[in-house]
Design a protein around this ligand. Structure first.
Ligand SMILES: NC(=O)c1ccc[n+]([C@@H]2O[C@H](COP(=O)([O-])OP(=O)(O)OC[C@H]3O[C@@H](n4cnc5c(N)ncnc54)[C@H](OP(=O)(O)O)[C@@H]3O)[C@@H](O)[C@H]2O)c1
Length: 333
């Protein structure tokens, strides 16, 4: 079997470290792995499949001989180096928001629109973490009952803001029991608080995170007119995003059938046993590759409505795993 030269840009970050782990655990056919980060990290060492690898400082020559360049170093780095990596011959799989809404760039969730990878011109975008877990849950339901309207509210873990945010939550949580610490990553204290604010505010009062969920869902599902609204909140959870999703369908729904569809859908784990107090939670989803769906119930306030509670590991399915699955689609054709 052919092996590929792979580069991780942002290899020292929360997503980059998860990518290294997932490439190894899924036995992706790696010939050579190149770990790239800022100059500050050059020389740091990490192991990959028993081999010690040094981190290199990202530069214009980093992509010579690279087949797949997995970017997770923020949108500014992707905008500067993504096109350079593609010109050097690599297929870029980008975790940032830099290219997601560009018409010629496929935005791919392998369980939802795998066919879209075929149209790539060197760059493929990985959707926003909250969008990915939502569309994994919506796709099998849309195929049968046709989405009419979606209302989503998120409860997003701090790992979605990178390594510094995880430290900030843990340090503040400790400090709340003693001294007061000033916030750095977020505008307000995150420990023992909820921030209805992820990314910047846009016209109309939505945040950019909410706009991403709306626009990306329409693009991935090829439903440009889908009625969908979102509220995104940051909660003091280290890892694992939760979502309350209210869905209205065109067709009359059968709740028992909704359970069956979700149970057999790819990438989904049904966790819905109220009598046993079993439902999806970040502490269950962390470290797992599945998108957990539970609290499934009819919404009697509208025709053909249901409610879902969806939880997934944002560093895995929300970022690193989805990126590696896209590379696998290209490798297996
Ligand atoms: N966290 C999530 O759940 C998630 C989900 C989906 C998408 N994403 C996206 O993935 C990206 C990374 O997120 P993260 O959570 O992993 O952040 P992070 O923990 O802060 O890591 C950032 C990484 O980018 C590197 N980097 C920063 N500036 C650089 C530069 N100028 N040149 C080269 N490397 C540079 C850092 O290297 P140093 O260590 O050397 O600074 C580090 O490896 C972001 O675009 C984010 O939006 C994140």
């Amino acid at each position: 079997m052919r092996e590929y030269n792979v580069a991780i840009v942002g290899a020292t970050g929360a997503v980059g470290e998860t990518m290294r782990e997932i490439l190894a655990s899924r036995d992706f056919p790696v010939n050579k792995l190149r770990l790239l980060a800022s100059a500050a990290s050059a020389g740091r060492r990490f192991s990959f499949k028993g081999e010690e690898l040094g981190v290199e400082s990202l530069n214009d020559d980093s992509f010579a001989g690279i087949d797949f360049a997995l970017f997770s170093a923020g949108a500014a780095v992707s905008r500067e180096y993504g096109p350079k990596a593609a010109v050097a011959g690599a297929v870029v799989i980008d975790n940032s928001s830099a290219f997601r809404m560009e018409p010629q760039v496929p935005l791919v969730v392998p369980e939802v629109n795998p066919q879209d990878v075929k149209s790539h011109q060197g760059i493929i975008a990985n959707p926003n973490c909250s969008t990915i877990q939502m569309v994994v849950a919506l796709k099998p339901l849309h195929d049968k009952y046709k989405l009419k309207r979606v209302v989503v509210s998120t409860y997003q873990a701090v790992s979605g803001s990178g390594k510094k945010a995880i430290s900030e939550l843990l340090e503040q949580a400790r400090a709340q029991l003693g001294e007061v610490l000033e916030p750095e990553v977020y505008p307000y204290r995150i420990a023992f608080n909820v921030l209805p604010h992820i990314d910047i505010f846009m016209d109309g009062g939505y945040t950019k995170e909410e706009v991403k969920m709306i626009e990306e869902t329409r693009k991935i599902m090829h439903l440009p007119k889908l009625a969908i609204t979102a509220t995104a909140a940051r909660v003091p959870v280290a890892n694992g995003h939760s979502e309350s999703i209210n869905v209205e369908f065109e067709e009359a729904v059968d709740i028992a059938d909704i359970f069956r569809l979700l149970k057999s859908a790819p990438g989904i784990e049904l966790v819905d046993e109220p009598a046993a107090e079993r439902y999806p939670m970040p502490i269950l989803a962390t470290g797992k590759d599945t998108t957990m769906v539970g609290r499934i119930r009819r919404d009697d306030s509208v025709e053909n409505g249901i409610n879902l509670w969806v939880v997934s590991d944002n560093l895995r399915k929300g970022a690193a795993l989805n990126a590696v699955q896209i590379a696998e689609l290209l490798v297996t054709g």
